[in-house]
Ligand binder design. Structure first.
Ligand code: SF4
Length: 319
């Protein structure tokens, strides 16, 4: 049996205790392919409104959106309060439910390096100052991170656990265009390479079941992530939620979601390819409410994970 290096195992080996990520959504953040900088409407599967953060919102104008050139940020102090509120709330839940002892503040929603450096620095420094925080995980796009931010994170990496999470999704430009991703595969390669050169750990996000993709293409994306030397991957099936461009394609029968069988088969082939030291942070995803249109097997995350784990076990892997 081969043990997959899950996040739980990785952090327990490294820190000797249960370490959990605390997801954070900061109002005022957006994405360059939502605000029109590289595209409008966002990725075809992104229900932008579902990302609207509503935890701990205080005195922040919902119309206020940052970008790297914003001249000022009148809501920074409110954002810092929001950050602290969300951290404390999630931390308590994780302590109670999972006996979590240490935490990684996970800037999750939207593009978390898409703001002026001063704002980013203030938020990251604040997060790192919280009790029992060992580091940061920052979700972003490869077309939205500056060398200034990378240098800052590289410096922090010397003493803290710093991760940058980039959405690769696919290594095919035609797929990226089809999902309105707003950047090229070359951009992904360039910025993951640069991030790694600076000594920062990278987690790559991949989606199986993107429009027009065969299993061979999905596995090619896995292969490229391995070649780029990313330390971790997250994989999930593409599902369709209401109020997205993908929902229109699905209703018009222009898009057929991946089957559970094909997803699991692709996942097993992925496990056979990845190096033992690569951390696998996620292998499932779904929505258990009325916003999910398809596929049905993504509506019950527990059942989905149970089926995945059964198949994994039969193949000789422990997840
Ligand atoms: S990059 Fe992320 S936040 Fe931006 S549109 Fe795509 S999925 Fe949505």
């Amino acid at each position: 049996m081969r043990e997959i290096l899950t996040a739980g195992r990785y952090f327990r080996q490294k820190f000797g205790c249960n370490v959990y990520k605390t997801p954070i959504s900061i109002l005022g953040f957006t994405c360059p392919n939502i605000d029109g900088t590289v595209a409008r409407g966002g990725c075809v599967f992104c229900e932008n409104e579902s990302f609207s953060p509503n935890l701990g919102v205080q005195k922040i104008d919902k119309k206020f959106l940052l970008n790297p050139s914003s001249a000022s940020n009148p809501f920074l102090s409110s954002q810092l309060v929001q950050l602290e509120g969300q951290y404390n709330l999630t931390r308590k839940k994780l302590e109670k439910k999972f006996n979590a002892k240490k935490f990684l503040v996970y800037f999750q929603s939207f593009t978390n390096t898409y703001a002026p450096f001063d704002t980013l620095k203030a938020l990251y420094e604040k997060a790192l100052s919280f009790e029992d925080v060992i580091g940061l995980s920052i979700g972003t796009r490869t077309d939205s991170i500056s060398e200034e931010v990378l240098d800052y994170l590289a410096e922090k990496s010397k003493t803290k656990e710093i991760w940058v999470e980039y959405g690769i999704q696919s290594v095919y430009d035609e797929t990226l265009q089809r999902i309105n991703r707003g950047h090229s595969v070359q951009n992904v390669i360039d910025y993951i390479t640069l991030t790694k050169q600076k000594g920062i750990k990278v987690c790559a996000h991949l989606i199986f079941g993107l429009p027009g993709e065969t299993q061979e293409m999905m596995l090619e994306s896995v292969k490229k992530a391995i070649e780029l030397g990313v330390e971790s991957i997250k994989i999930h099936p593409l599902y369709v939620v209401k109020r997205t461009a993908l929902a229109n394609d699905f209703k018009a029968k222009r898009f057929t979601p991946i089957s559970e069988q094909e997803y699991i088969d692709t996942l097993l082939k992925t496990f056979e390819m990845i190096p033992e030291k690569m951390m696998v942070q996620r292998i499932s995803a779904g929505v258990s409410d009325e916003t999910l249109l398809a596929p049905k097997w993504c509506e019950n995350k527990h059942k989905q994970m149970f089926n995945i784990k059964q198949a994994i076990k039969q193949k000789g892997f422990v997840y």
